[in-house]
Design a protein. Structure first.
Length: 397
């Protein structure tokens, strides 16, 4: 009897160590910047991790960390039904081969495709993480409106089942999914963002705007229209007309796979007008954030904006729009300023107020850091994510 129990324990231990978890996203950049800490934590805990995304330069960076990453034949903008069915079938065959215990998909398309493929392949558990509603639900373009009924139907199929969970990042998205009947409220879990390591973003000294240095504002995001970049540029124009000498910095690159991408020549035109300074891709965000006075994100809608959280962790005064996702990070007047969406004049006024009133800026920046450490610290978010894993996999996580 003792011998049988010993063998059983060894088999259980072997099964636990060998269990595989798949993390699937629409870019390798997303996996590297938003989910590598989760992957490393799971790997450290003894799980086999497989990362999936379209090919890109960050895949090798993930491999350099000792993580297994595989490219997928996925075109984010494709609407070709043959190509899309091919991708779905590719995922089904991959899951048959890999036999994961759980598939965790990020963004709407990956959540839908990964979850459908996992159901067809008999994967025991599925987590679908949707960070923001994406182009289909936020754009007013005809193409986006035409796709909404199809995406709603696919989401309904993909998110169902007792062994599935839907992870959302803000209360507005929870209300949307429940109101549209896309997911049962019992399967929804609210986890605010992917978290940041606050220790990396701490700065002991705030920029001194009183010594003749030009004050600076930063917007760091993918170059998409729905990030409010046009309003940011217009606010720079408004303040320049008022005679204000303020540097408007823009960090980020166009996202060619997104229909809302801003053309490079448009950005270069703004630069040539002297309205903004375009920094392109920035690897060392803590260093950049240590040099600025105000962080602005006039987005139209977010899941939970990591750039805003990183700036908050740096103790920088924040100004953003009163929209889902952004108001999860900022409580207007307490730890930042909120302005109406698509209102460049209000954005310009808020930026000028934070630069002129150093006491207010310091107070809001300190409150933003305190809130970030309490609610958005990376370890907190990972622990909450692993709690969802435990619901589906039991105590093995």
């Amino acid at each position: 009897m003792v011998g049988c129990l010993t063998i059983s324990c060894r088999l259980n231990k072997l099964r636990m160590v060998a269990e595989k978890i798949v993390l699937y996203a629409n870019t390798d950049w997303y996996l590297y910047n938003f989910r590598r800490s989760l992957a490393l934590r799971l790997q450290h805990d003894g799980y086999e991790i497989l990362l999936l995304s379209p090919t890109g330069p960050y895949g090798e960076k993930l491999r350099a960390l000792g993580l297994r990453w595989e490219p997928l034949p996925m075109d984010r903008r494709s609407l070709n039904p043959i190509r899309e069915f091919g991708l779905l079938w590719h995922l089904v065959r991959l899951f048959w081969r890999e036999r994961p215990a759980l598939v965790h998909g990020f963004t709407i398309k990956c959540a839908v495709y990964g979850s459908l493929a996992a159901r067809l392949a008999g994967v025991p558990a599925r987590i679908n993480a949707v960070g923001g509603m994406g182009y289909v639900f936020t754009s007013s373009e005809l193409k986006a409106r035409a796709l909404r009924p199809i995406v709603r139907l696919l989401l309904h199929w993909a998110l169902g089942g007792k062994n599935a969970r839907l992870v959302l990042q803000n209360a507005d998205d929870v209300s949307f999914f429940e109101g549209e009947g896309l997911a049962d409220h019992r399967s929804i879990r609210l986890i605010r963002g992917s978290g940041v390591n606050c220790a990396h973003f701490f700065r002991s000294n705030m920029p001194d705007t009183q010594r003749g240095r030009r004050p600076s504002v930063l917007l760091a995001a993918r170059l998409l229209w729905d990030k409010g970049i046009a309003e940011y540029v217009e606010s720079a124009r408004i303040l320049r007309v008022q005679g204000r000498d303020i540097r408007f910095l823009l960090a980020g690159t166009p996202d060619a796979g997104n229909p809302a991408a801003i053309p490079v020549d448009t950005v270069e035109k703004w630069v040539s007008e002297g309205l903004i300074e375009w920094l392109g891709h920035v690897d060392d965000m803590p260093a950049l954030l240590s040099t600025i006075d105000v962080f602005a994100l006039p987005s139209y809608r977010e899941g939970l904006p990591k750039g805003l959280i990183e700036a908050g962790a740096s103790g920088i005064p924040l100004v953003s729009t009163d929209v889902p996702g952004c108001r999860e990070v900022i409580t207007g007047g307490e730890d930042g300023l909120l302005v109406p969406v698509r209102d460049a004049a209000a954005l310009a006024a808020a930026i000028a107020r934070l630069i002129d009133d150093q006491d207010l800026a310091t107070r809001l920046g300190a409150a933003a850091r305190k809130k970030t450490m309490a609610e958005f610290e990376e370890s907190i978010v990972i622990d909450r994510t692993l709690a969802v894993y435990r619901e589906l996999l039991g105590t093995r996580v």
